[in-house]
Every structure is written in structure tokens, then in C-alpha cells.
Design a protein around this ligand. Structure first.
Ligand code: ARG
Length: 235
């Protein structure tokens, strides 16, 4: 929320990009997932109120934050230098690598990135998965730029994979595994990137960042973090 001139109402507006199960997705119209529950648990440890969630495409979230349309990003967003120039991140709250997801009919079984050469592939716009395709395949000349398809969200990318319009999707491994448990697709291999997710906040909102980090530490120590990971990841 707008920093209340009249005092009182300064609820924080959280923003996310659904279609990224189990972190944020819709279930019967309701926004659910690990990031949603973790955000609520973290804020319950702070003096800040949490307003209703706003949703955007992933590649619009940082702009939504800097334009004050939201105050907080919880979107399985990887902490990286590029983003860190524009926004501040909380302490890391989850680790992930990339995975390469294919149809589970055995029609195409790549075992390393180079095997994607010559195949139409996809990722979500603005993600680190798209970054891997750019830097490891397109910039190295292994993949024609025209073979790369950028999607507004990963649900559309996986649908195009199922339809045979593309042959692989590069996606965060926990999400690739979740799609594999729900659809006729499978994780062909993992590409290690050692990413860490953080919550995003405006650089000037230091007090919020401090409170969120304290809240996150309390949620870890109090056992809620462990309960949420077993609920959403079964481990
Ligand atoms: N971790 C990846 C990144 O930061 C993908 C995040 C996509 N998140 C989402 N809610 N769609 O680029």
C-alpha cells in the first residue's frame, strides 16, 4: 500500500505470477502455493499487514514493484545481479536448479543442453530458464534464435510441449517435477544452476526488508518453514 499520509492503512500489497506450481498457482480460482503460505507466515511475524494479492506475468513483476503497484514480490524469483540492480532481495528462502522437460512418450530424450540443438524449445519470458537458453545455447551458436519460443507463462509452454509444437521446456526443477506429476511430460535431465529464491522489495523500503528477514528467520526457527516444505514438496 501507499504509504498512508493519514496514518493507519499501510498494508503491503504482495504480487506474484501464478502458473508456477507448487510455488504459486490457482486452484478453483483461489491463489495457493508455497510462496503464498510462506509470505503469510512471514508477515504474521511482522507488524505489517498484508493486503490482497495482485497477479502479473512474471516479466512485469519488477516494474509493478518499482511503479508502486505492488510492494512485495513472492514469485520463486531467483536472486541475481541483474535484478539486484533494481530491487532488493530478502535472504534466500529456497534453492533450485533448472530442468529440461520433454514429452514422456520417448520421442525425444536429451541428456545435456547441447542435445537441444536443432529442436524448437521454450521457456517463460524473463526467467532464468530463458537466460540459460540465451547464454548457453543461442549465444554459443548451438541453437538458432528462431527455435526459441518465449511464453507469458509456463502453463502455455508445457501445453505447447504436449501439443508437439516444441520439444522441450527449460524450467525450474521443482516446477518441472510438478508438471511431470500432473501431465504426460517428464524431466529429461537437470542443469545445475544453484539458484536461490528471494522475496523482492523496493530498495528504499529497508525497514520492510529488515522485518521480512526477521520474519523469515522466525518462521524457520519456529518450525513453520519445515511444515510448509513438507506440505508443498513432501520432504
Ligand atoms: N526462478 C526463475 C526466475 O527467477 C523462474 C521464476 C518464475 N516464477 C513464476 N512465478 N512464474 O527467473
Amino acid at each position: 500500500g501507499c504509504s498512508g499520509f493519514l496514518g493507519g492503512s499501510d498494508a503491503i500489497v504482495p504480487g506474484t505470477a501464478p502458473g508456477f506450481q507448487p510455488f504459486e498457482f490457482r486452484e478453483g480460482g483461489e491463489l495457493v502455493g508455497f510462496d503464498i503460505d510462506l509470505t503469510e507466515a512471514v508477515f504474521a511475524e511482522t507488524d505489517y499487514e498484508l493486503a490482497e494479492w495482485e497477479t502479473f506475468e512474471f516479466d512485469s513483476l519488477i516494474q509493478a514493484l518499482t511503479n508502486d503497484r505492488i510492494d512485495f514480490i513472492a514469485a520463486a524469483m531467483t536472486i541475481n545481479d541483474d535484478r539486484d540492480e533494481t530491487i532488493d532481495f530478502s535472504d534466500p528462502y529456497y534453492s533450485a536448479n533448472q530442468s529440461v522437460v520433454v514429452r514422456d512418450d520417448g520421442s525425444f530424450s536429451p541428456s545435456e543442453l547441447g542435445d537441444l540443438s536443432g529442436h524448437p524449445i521454450g521457456a517463460q519470458s524473463g526467467t532464468t530458464g530463458e537466460g540459460v537458453i540465451q547464454t548457453e545455447l543461442i549465444e554459443t551458436g548451438e541453437l538458432e534464435e528462431s527455435n526459441y519460443n518465449s511464453y507469458d507463462n509456463y502453463v502455455l509452454a508445457v501445453e505447447d510441449l504436449q501439443n508437439g509444437n516444441i520439444d522441450a521446456v527449460v524450467i525450474d526443477e521443482p516446477v518441472g517435477e510438478t508438471f511431470a506429476s500432473q501431465r504426460p511430460v517428464e524431466v529429461a535431465f537437470v542443469y545445475e544452476t544453484g539458484e536461490q529464491y528471494g522475496f523482492g522489495m523496493r530498495t528504499e523500503d529497508d525497514d520492510l526488508t529488515t522485518a521480512v528477514n526477521e520474519g523469515l528467520a522466525a518462521v524457520r526457527q519456529g518450525g513453520t518453514y519445515g511444515e510448509l516444505t513438507s506440505e508443498w514438496f513432501g520432504n
